[in-house]
Design a protein around this ligand. Sequence first.
Ligand SMILES: [Zn+2]
Ligand SMILES: [Zn+2]
Length: 273
Amino acid sequence: MRVRFWGVRGSTPTPQAENMGFGGNTSCIEIRTDAGQILILDGGTGIRLLGKELEREFKDAPIRGHILFSHFHLDHIQGIPFFRPLYKAINHFTFYFAGRRDTSIVKDALAKMMANPYFPIDMSKLPCSRDYVDLAEGIFNIADTKVLVLPLNHPQGCVGYRITQNGRSISYCTDVEHGVEWSDRNMELLAKDTDFLIVDSQYTPEELPEHAGWGHSSWTQAMATGIKAGARKIALFHHDPYHEDSTVEEILRSAMKLHPDVIAAREGLEVTI
Ligand SMILES: [Zn+2]
Ligand SMILES: [Zn+2]
């Protein structure tokens, strides 16, 4: 599988020179499976650039994609209205979310963001065809790709994903606050012996106490989880908007002392698993 980071920033976009080494767009990750399926984790502002790249690649051929949301905080959905492939009738997208009992939560959450007076085009008017899937927690399949989805501790809820194909796995655990037993356990299940753990590392340990209840982790907690679970490669993700490149680099240098294969997620970075 091939992973490409399109947005790595947490909370809000940060288009400022001192952050651009790692990038200013919010959460969006593309996974191409070995069978060529397109899986997209979250629709933050990074998804706009992914859309541009998909148009270049597919030209007039139809695009079929699967968009899996961790939750609906703005930084994970605000790129959706600007994802241009949605505006072409031959394209098809399936939107997924899990962890709550309500039906049609995915459709409602996205439609409300684009409703009057927030956006000029109603979601129902988008030309592409779409499916909305409200998942129960557990395992589901997208063709030959197995996806485990489990809830994580975050205000208003969040889910993590573990995507497995051809014996390789990618785990996505962002927007999660440690210290709640069921959630810590779910994180461990999602990350157990994974080939690649992409993990919330928004704060430094010093910053964490003043952000209790905000729903995020320190990079030391992220590393501890990855090491305990036996993750082979770890990507620090969801960088704090106030962490300039120099801060992220400093965090990475410290993290590299704890694990032989750790990176800080950066816009444009590709990783083959
Ligand atoms: Zn977030
Ligand atoms: Zn969030």
